[in-house]
Ligand binder design. Structure first.
Ligand code: ASP
Length: 356
């Protein structure tokens, strides 16, 4: 009886309660919208001597199309509330599968005529990271790097050991031949012939080599950096390394702090270029550290390292990055860098050359 007494509201009281409830609901919806951190994503598909005059409009359109597709796939994950890690994995996997880039299918040949792949991923909230190097039978190296991050007490696994771990994690082994493309084989053979001959090699007349002659340096590493609605940054990089590499050579891409770094306190970076120099310059970490220690912008920090430190070392390449406020920046000291971004305002940018 007492309960009924207390629960019996007049219609005025009911109307008032409904109003209070609606105001409270609207405020909480607004608050959660405002709580969402702005999202942003940046990607690269390698930096180097990309010569506009040698690139046909068809090939240029192909590159722009895959860059757009890759960036949109990552951005979709972010706007749906997914993590920055999932966003960059979606993006990088797409580029690993494309024969246009030097990662996964379409990677460059090593000295023995095989493909050896490197990749790394880092999470800015926890500073956890995973990396794999010199793997030869895993379709998506970035996914394996991610499995190392999640399921291994170690940061970096290499070669046969990494592939045993992969199998334990349910990855299927694929044939090394499945990564090989005719374009990369021809580039490799030309380099081998050059090494063996003392005379100047004649200009190529091979139509496939001519088609891709704008990219004589055979670069094309891929990478992505993103910030999600929680303000968490992630960065990742995947590559076949350098053409004709020998003796188990590993570049900067799988080295945390060189090719990849992410820290929620500053920024996330993925690099591409001549790996030996990028390792020695600790490029990705140095950019984040300069932001943190000097209080400078992402663009300034990138330029100090890429246009300053690396140029002094005569090292060519570039970086992409996203900072903790969802600003996006690029810096490269080569003729071009395949790149794309969607910033915190949703603006899409897809570029290849310096003057794009
Ligand atoms: N950084 C890569 C490596 O040295 C190559 C590249 O980015 O093109 O393995």
């Amino acid at each position: 009886m007492l309960i009924t007494k207390y629960l019996s509201f007049s219609s005025l009281q009911l109307a008032l309660l409904t109003l209070i409830f609606c105001v409270a609901l609207a405020t909480s919806v607004n608050a959660s919208a405002a709580d969402k951190h702005p999202v942003a994503i940046a990607i690269h598909g390698g930096a180097g001597t990309i010569r506009r005059e040698l690139m046909s409009p068809e090939i240029e359109a192909e590159y722009r199309a895959i860059l757009s597709k890759a960036i949109l796939s990552g951005h979709k994950v972010l706007t749906a509330g997914g993590s920055s890690r999932d966003a960059i994995i979606a993006t990088i996997t797409l580029m690993e599968d494309s024969p246009l880039f030097n990662a996964g299918h379409g990677a460059v040949f090593n000295h023995e005529g095989n493909i050896e792949l490197d990749a790394s991923i880092m999470e800015g909230r926890t500073l956890n990271a995973g990396a794999v190097a010199a793997i030869t039978q895993i379709k998506s190296p970035i996914k394996l790097a991610n499995a190392v991050l999640d399921h291994s007490p170690h940061v970096m696994l290499v070669g046969a050991g990494a592939e045993i771990f992969a199998q334990q994690q349910g990855f299927k082994l694929v044939a090394n031949d499945s990564f090989k493309t005719e374009r990369r084989r021809l580039q490799f053979e030309r380099i081998i012939n050059q090494e063996q001959s003392t005379a100047e090699l004649p200009e190529t007349s091979n139509p496939l080599l001519l088609k891709y002659q704008f990219d004589e340096k055979k670069l094309g590493t891929v990478g992505a950096v993103a910030i999600d609605q929680n303000g968490d940054i992630a960065a990742g990089t995947s590559t076949g390394g350098m053409t004709n590499k020998r003796f188990g050579r590993v570049g900067d891409a799988p080295i945390i702090g060189a090719g990849t770094y992410a820290d929620n306190e500053s920024c996330g970076i993925s690099a591409t270029g001549h790996g030996e120099y990028f390792i020695r310059a600790a490029v990705a970490h140095d950019i984040c550290a300069r932001m943190a220690y000097k209080g400078i912008s992402l663009q300034q920090a990138q330029d100090e390292v890429v246009q300053g430190k690396l140029v002094k070392m005569e090292a060519s390449g570039g970086v992409i990055g996203v900072d903790k406020d969802a600003n996006v920046a690029f810096s490269f000291n080569s003729l071009g860098m395949y790149r794309a971004s969607i910033n915190q305002h949703g603006d899409l940018l897809v570029q290849i050359f310096k003057q794009d």
